[in-house]
Design a protein around this ligand. Structure first.
Ligand code: HEC
Length: 105
């Protein structure tokens, strides 16, 4: 029961990445809002943003990695990298940001 519920956001993310059903699942527009609010101080979160920390990968670069996978990214965001501050992201928000980054490819 518990395990099944925990897998639900992953399934939604996968559904979102197959387009068409995106409106029902992860919301890349909302993810973009979150990225500008939470991530833009360090990462360039759009292809237009010029100002960000050096040595921090841009979101476009992250999206273009050969092994990019929105499901893995959403999981990564729920367990932030030690160099990143602790984000109060819900599973849905993490999936939205992953969908946003995926759309930058
Ligand atoms: C305080 C600065 C800071 C903020 C804010 C920040 N990050 Fe990061 N992030 C970093 C740094 C530094 C790295 C590189 C870590 C490393 O390579 O050791 C990184 C790495 C990443 C990576 C891994 C990139 C790779 O090489 O695979 C992802 C994905 C990521 N950040 C997403 C986000 C998202 C999404 C947000 C907003 C919710 C965010 N970050 C906010 C500093 C930040």
């Amino acid at each position: 029961m518990h395990a099944n519920l925990r897998r639900l956001p992953l399934l939604l993310t996968v559904a979102a990445s197959t387009y068409g059903s995106a409106a029902l699942a992860a919301d890349p527009d909302h993810g973009g809002d979150l990225a500008r609010r939470w991530c833009a101080s360090c990462h360039a979160v759009t292809s237009e943003q010029k100002q960000a920390s050096a040595d921090v990968p841009t979101f476009v670069a992250i999206a273009r990695k050969p092994d990019f996978n929105p499901e893995k990214l959403a999981l990564f965001l729920l367990d932030p990298h030690p160099k990143m501050p602790n984000f109060p992201l819900s599973r849905n928000e993490a999936a939205d940001i992953a969908a946003y980054i995926g759309a930058l490819r």
